[in-house]
Design a protein around this ligand. Sequence first.
Ligand code: FAD
Ligand code: LAC
Ligand code: ZN
Length: 481
Amino acid sequence: MTLAEFGAPTSPPEVPSELISELRTIVGDRGWTSDPADLEPQLRDWVGYARGATPIMVMPKNASEVAAVVKACVAAGVPIVPQGGNTGSVAGAIPQGEILVSLRRMNRIRDIDAADYTVTVDAGVVLAEVQAAANEVDRFFPLSIGSEGSCTIGGNVSTNAGGTAVLRYGNMRDLVLGLEVVLPDGRVWDGLRRLRKDNTGYALKHLFMGAEGTLGIVTGAVLRLFPKPVEVATAFVALRDLDASIELLSLLRVATGDALSSLEVMPRIGIEIAREFDPEVVDPLSERHDWYAIVEVSGTKADGQTESTLEVALGEAVERGILVDATIAASTMQAKSIWRIRKSLVLNLPKVGAEVKHDVAVPVSKQPEFIRRATAAVEETVPGTRAVAYGHFGDGNVHFNLCAPLGMDASTFTARAADLHRAVYDIAAEYGGSFAAEHGIGIVKRSEMKRYRSPVEIDLMRQFKALLDPDGLFNPGKVLP
Ligand code: FAD
Ligand code: LAC
Ligand code: ZN
């Protein structure tokens, strides 16, 4: 599909050549490119929704340069799209002729304070670098997502990223203490406070988290750190059935003293896909089962208790008939090999053929029922559709992804995407769920906002947008319907 088919502006904005010259001067020779070879990877998203266009990508190196870029663009009435690692799942960072502002040269860790359990970073720092910096001072930054080697803190903030450790540590919104933001009028808001308590009026930082670049450009953040887990126990378990996932979650939270950091569920087809495309993936269990989970428990004390606690808890789950089989990783290598199944599934799913994706949230206990009903609904809509429902079950977050029936060509399947979306999202809505749990709206889900969010909510969002960005120059055509 093209961005225009998702409802993006059909004609690119006019960009005066004087503005291009001004931007080049602001960021200097090393701070911009118009070379098609450099731009190509920044103009397509990894899911393959769309290809974009831009006359220039500027790469400012500090907040003052970002502010100058913003002022120049706003004075010329030319729109802007901010971009971090371009790993977003809803094509939110893809421009359609706008000026592309990449934060990736803003990659400095400004300050790390082990006593305060905080780290202050530029927005363009890659997530894995923050994790490594925390590790060096015996601390832990818990955000954990498959793209952590290339996504940036600014992108994580702007999408309110989730991932596999939300159950224990919360999503990005819970991990941010302070922000620095360049506003659409070019002012820099310095909200880089490293306070746990700060009830000074409206919580402005929350407005920019999850805003996907539509309200300003995040240039810095103060993040919370945690004690470093020194013992981590990882298990791969076979569930009695889908309902057993919720029983397991309840049991493990209590039995581990709430030290459960991940509970990721996947169906048999998930392992088969991972194995088909990745020869290094091994099935850790000898028998085949319908549903599996990866379970991780971590502890900050080196007393050898973490693994034995998990072992006892899983034993109880087997006795109670929640699990039919389980294996605990005996080494870090084995734990990596278990997580590899999960990573390979995500990366290889698009290779199975046409894919129609859903990133749904429902109340935790409703996930099994949701999956059963949604699977029946998509079967009725397009018979033979292969549902691959996996995700962060500790958070009620199901990636309900659909592959074309065997033998059906890609375009025939994706032509039915709107009907499949309707079937799935309507069921999620019945449970008070969300059609955009952790990946955001971008351009791809914009049209769903009107159906699933009330006029009051949309009106309030539009008022905030108009207040901060009256000319609509920040990431136009994204998020708001
Ligand atoms: P980009 O893709 O560059 O941008 C995302 C959005 O934020 C865009 O709208 C962009 O305009 C805006 N933006 C970026 N930087 C700024 C800034 N500094 N200021 C203002 N706006 C900005 N996501 C999850 O939540 N959980 C997962 O488990 C997960 N797993 C993933 C696994 C893989 C293999 C991949 C490829 C992606 C995964 N994602 C996941 C999605 C993605 O990695 C996250 O959305 C990530 O937070 C995006 O960061 P980024 O720097 O790449 O942002
Ligand atoms: C994951 C991404 C797709 O959970 O959100 O792997
Ligand atoms: Zn996810």
